[in-house]
Design a protein around this ligand. Sequence first.
Ligand SMILES: [Zn+2]
Ligand SMILES: [Zn+2]
Ligand SMILES: [Zn+2]
Ligand SMILES: [Zn+2]
Length: 227
Amino acid sequence: MPRRKQSKGICTYCGKTMTQSGLTKHLATCTQRQEAIAKANQKKSASQKLYHLRVQDAYRSEFWLNLEMRGAKTLQDLDDYLRDIWLECCGHLSQFSAGRGLAAEVSMRRKIDDVFQRSSELNHVYDFGTSSETQIKLVEVREGQPTTSHPIALMARNLMPEESCIECGETATHLCLECLMNDQTWGVLCDRHAETHPHDDYGDPVLLVNSPRLGMCGYDGPAEPPY
Ligand SMILES: [Zn+2]
Ligand SMILES: [Zn+2]
Ligand SMILES: [Zn+2]
Ligand SMILES: [Zn+2]
């Protein structure tokens, strides 16, 4: 896999684009987010803990998310979310562990409140064959009302990394799975070269999608958030 420069991402509250580190800081002061929080906090229900989590692919750091998750929800909810937005190809097993590495498995039934009392870092593995590894770091905790009725709010996400066609250098839109599987080459292609590319062992080149799992175990998206 090629090295790429740090990808930019977008704040889902105000639509601003910036680097990952910039966005992680920005979320604490984003005016639109503060307004959404203030509005949510007018509700009369008991306040709860909400966790700002930074999620990043362990090997392809240009893929990342900033999530806000309810403390009463479980790791199962987080696993569901990661599968939908990034990972799911054919129902492989997955596991969370405390810290880095796989040794200290943390049950999917554990609540976020409980998990982050003991550790500020989690590791997630999807598929123990062709593994996708994701790191989850606690950024901060706030007390109040969630801004959504779902377990998780997507606060920021990387923009699709820009890639250049291996034939002509134009913006790539497709990936050839035969280049990847047979030649271990990251065979990204523009529209024009995707049509004339000679490989078809794994079908036509697939569309590039915004997921670190693209091409692994034949994963081809859609890489859309579930909500
Ligand atoms: Zn913002
Ligand atoms: Zn699979
Ligand atoms: Zn091309
Ligand atoms: Zn190819």
